[in-house]
Design a protein around this ligand. Structure first.
Ligand SMILES: [Mn+2]
Length: 375
């Protein structure tokens, strides 16, 4: 006990000051002001980064990069199986398997993009609303600095603060392309804004209307009638797995792009890993048999993101339920497929810079309307 009084020396004090500067100020709702917006390890780096990109310790240096990976390790919004707070680290670790080169696509992400990993946002595990404030402020900061955010969840409750943090920085309408087995449109569950309610609250934001929300892969036996009622009342677009089987991937994705980009300035991608069949993604909170196959999802993502994005989130990877890290691996691959598409379509990175003067890819127009008999 006597010894303890002598242990906090100048190095610890210096580090604490550094953490406050590097991690930025917490949201107003956080009373303990030693807590920062971005969690910074007490003595520095916090482990692995996504596909091995540099860790950005000092968040004041954000700006000028193409992409920032950031974790939102919140699972307080989970209604059934928890564990997604371990999602960001598991996705990062699994992403180290292999590099960033894809021979099929002719892409080398490290060469084509300037990427950093900002570590995790400091969430408050027992308080979902304070966590929303922290996530929204962190996402705002990233948009303010003009860097493309890839948010590694976390359960799907983070979908609401992700859109809330982005909305003030988008001069116009935000479309949302949402892959999921569940519509996540209930106002609340268990009296709180949980992981079944992000899009109820996100589409209350004036420039993120439900008419520009497209939900893809919905179905199965864990759905919410309350959420479906909201989708009907607000004229959201709900595409089931059966719809995909009936109309085919190309036609469905053309339709989805048309809805999301309707008079929109940009589109946000929200990807719930449970849209994949549990055979491929068992490590998730609310698995629903009969989901999509990885190859189908890769094809769909290439079509869904070809017109560009404002950012993306990958949610619901729950490592305690995973088998041989396959869900975490797939979660990382979803991110890589999207980045590869944005690069090859000239929407991100060096390709974008070289094409911007010609304006060939700015202000992308949605594809021609397609005729469909679906209601
Ligand atoms: Mn889901």
């Amino acid at each position: 006990m006597e010894q303890e009084a002598t242990l906090t020396g100048p190095k610890a004090k210096e580090r604490a000051e550094q953490v406050k500067l590097h991690g930025l100020e917490a949201a107003e709702s956080i009373k303990d002001r030693s807590i920062t917006l971005f969690r910074r390890g007490r003595w520095g780096s916090q482990g692995s980064t996504f596909i091995g990109v540099p860790f950005l310790e000092d968040m004041r240096d954000l700006g000028g990069q193409d992409v920032v990976f950031v974790g939102a390790p919140l699972d307080a919004g989970t209604t059934y199986r928890p564990g997604t707070r371990f999602g960001p680290q598991a996705i990062r670790q699994a992403s180290a398997l292999g590099g960033s080169y894809n021979p099929g696509r002719g892409i080398e992400l490290h060469e084509m993009l300037d990427m950093v990993d900002a570590g995790d946002i400091q969430v408050i595990p027992t308080n979902i609303e304070k966590s929303f404030d922290q996530i929204a402020n962190a996402v705002s900061y990233i948009h303010e600095r003009g860097v493309f955010p890839v948010v590694l969840g976390g359960d799907h409750s983070i979908g609401y603060p992700d859109v809330r943090g982005m909305a003030p920085y988008i001069d116009g309408t935000i479309g949302i392309i949402h892959f999921d087995r569940h519509s996540d449109l209930s106002e609340s569950s268990l009296d709180e804004r949980m992981h079944g309610s992000p899009f109820f609250h996100a589409t209350n934001i004036p420039n993120a209307p439900a008419t520009n929300l497209v939900q893809i892969g919905i179905g199965g036996w864990t759905g919410s009638k309350a959420g479906m009622k909201v989708a009907r009342e607000r004229h959201a677009t709900v595409i089931t797995v059966d719809d995909i089987d009936q109309y085919g991937i190309e036609r469905i994705m053309e339709y989805a792009l048309e809805i999301a980009w309707q008079k929109a300035r940009t589109v946000w991608l929200s990807f719930d890993i449970d849209v994949m069949d549990p055979a491929f993604a068992p490590g998730t909170g609310t698995p629903e048999p009969g989901g999509l196959l990885p190859r189908e999802v890769y094809r769909m993502l290439r079509l869904a993101t070809r017109e560009g994005l404002a950012g993306m989130e990958i949610v619901e990877v729950s490592p305690p339920y995973d088998v041989a890290d396959i869900t975490a691996l797939l979660g990382g691959r979803v991110v890589m497929e999207v980045l590869a598409t944005l690069v090859s379509e000239g929407k991100l990175g060096k390709a974008r810079e070289s094409q911007t003067p010609q304006g060939t890819h700015e202000q992308a127009q949605p594809p021609e309307a397609i005729k469909t008999e679906t209601p």
